[in-house]
Design a protein around this ligand. Sequence first.
Ligand SMILES: [Zn+2]
Length: 320
Amino acid sequence: MAPTATIGPATTISPATTALGIDVGGTGIKAAVVGPGGQLLARRSVPTPARHGADAVLDTVVLLAREVLAEAGPVHTAGLGTAGVVAPDGRSIAHATDALPGWAGTPVAERLEQGIGLPFTVLGDVQAFLAGEAALGAARGAATAVGVMAGTGVGGAVWANGALLRGATGAAGHLGHIAVPGAEGELCPCGRTGHVEALAAGPAMTGLFRRAVPTASATDLRDVARLAAQEHPKAVEVLTRGGRALGTVIGGVVAALDPDVVVLAGGVLDSGPWYEHALRAALSETTLPSLATVSVVRAELGSDAVLLGAAAAGRDAHAT
Ligand SMILES: [Zn+2]
């Protein structure tokens, strides 16, 4: 069952009006008209034409948006969650990776407002995920929340005093790039060494396992998880070490922000119990003692969180 189907009219914190939500990832684009309470009234998804550049991506978003609006519109506001770092005014892309060539510098909000005719706000995908969980999911009702996404990288987002914290340059919440004991010398995808992403992201743990056991056959984290389930000590060690590292970092963030809740998401959580157990233990052991029992929960909205959060952010940004 789709997670949103369980959200009924009794939900008090929900989009008050319908809005258009867009999710632009490196591999797929989704668009939906999101109703009060988070219902997806119409939705489409297509592969991202990433290698054709930013114009092709924007053209695809416009086409998808027009389709869902024709089916379930009209709406008055729109939001878009995207890979990359979004400028703090929510209008353009400050930084992007090779997953979306040419995306950095693109004035996404202006271009989509011209193409679709709705006021847009743009936010990062992890920011959108947390905005969705705050509106409709595991962080609903929270004044302050931390979102953590552990997958091909380690991403984060901060919800502070009932709003998304974007930061001075749009990069607030990048907790994958916090230095952590045990990661010294390990190369992070950002180019620095010693960051938690170098120990706790899926590809990082797969690489560490292969380095420790060159003879083992492990092409991705699922293989490592399978070996851990067979009690392979190095597989268990790599997952435990990754979970401890991320838990230590979250413990520091919890001490800094004193959140109502920490929301965990991402495919790495499906690697068996070792990672999450180690994460929770390290968080409790390393944070301020009075915060050791902070609520740490799994995300509730699944793969639609970015879509729902983008719609909620669009509504909030343009509420009158
Ligand atoms: Zn880094």
